[in-house]
Design a protein around this ligand. Structure first.
Ligand SMILES: N[C@@H](CCC(=O)N[C@@H](CS)C(=O)NCC(=O)O)C(=O)O
Length: 219
């Protein structure tokens, strides 16, 4: 049975963005059954877990004797099992790898610069000074991506793991109005979010934090 780790608690802004969500969504697309391994902070810092994920982060993944970590690598591993995520022809496969890497190495860093400022340092003077140039860089990247998606449903002729990864990265901007400035991107994210596998994964991910959300709403 496939098993991946999830965090018992995350702050509200992180819900829907925890990197286990990518794996969960991919497994739903692939139609593969799985179990969650729910981690407390003590579990994360224990030797047993660190042996599987040296940074103590999620997700870590296990399957029939295989133990691995890093959401991008896990996504590609799962994608190899599923025609929905990975075309079988060599070119389609190579292009899927290209888009997964574009998402994590060309778009995610630009997104992360803005989200880190917004979520962790918003009140700092230096962050207020840095924010406009971080956003400007991000807008340039998003403009380039948006041009690719103009008139297309997906990055290639069909949905792949590349779209799954790209959409999880773009969704990290949902606390801003930035995507609305790029209609092809806004529509692309909505199209992906309408997929039944996405809906199921998000519902299950959110359910982990339902009790915490109720308590926070009552405060
Ligand atoms: N590069 C890693 C990053 C994983 C990561 O950042 N995980 C975060 C949640 S989104 C985490 O476990 N944070 C808890 C911590 O660092 O203690 C991956 O993609 O799997």
């Amino acid at each position: 049975m496939i098993r991946f780790s999830v965090l018992k608690w995350v702050p509200p802004f992180a819900r829907g963005s925890v990197k286990e969500f990518r794996v969960r969504w991919a497994l739903e697309e692939a139609g593969l059954p799985y179990e969650e391994e729910v981690l407390t902070p003590e579990d994360q810092n224990g030797d047993a877990y660190r042996a599987r994920q040296i940074f103590g982060q999620v997700p870590a993944y296990e399957e029939d004797g295989l133990a691995m970590c890093e959401s991008g690598a896990i996504l590609l591993h799962v994608a190899e099992k599923s025609d929905t995520l990975m075309p079988r022809d060599a070119q389609g496969r190579a292009r899927t790898l290209q888009w997964v890497f574009a998402a994590v190495t060309s778009v995610q860093p630009a997104v992360d610069q803005v989200t880190a400022l917004d979520f962790f340092y918003a009140q700092e003077e230096w962050a207020k000074l840095r924010r406009p140039s971080a956003e400007e860089f991000l807008l340039r990247r998003l403009g380039q991506l948006s041009a690719r998606l103009e008139g297309r449903e997906w990055l290639e002729e069909r949905f792949t793991a590349g779209d799954l990864m790209m959409v999880t990265v773009l969704r990290d901007l949902r606390h801003t109005d930035i995507l609305t400035r790029f209609p092809p991107l806004a529509v692309y994210v909505k199209r992906a979010e309408a997929r039944p596998a996405f809906q199921k994964a998000l519902a299950d991910h959110t359910a982990l934090y339902a009790e915490a959300a109720k308590a926070e709403a009552a405060e």
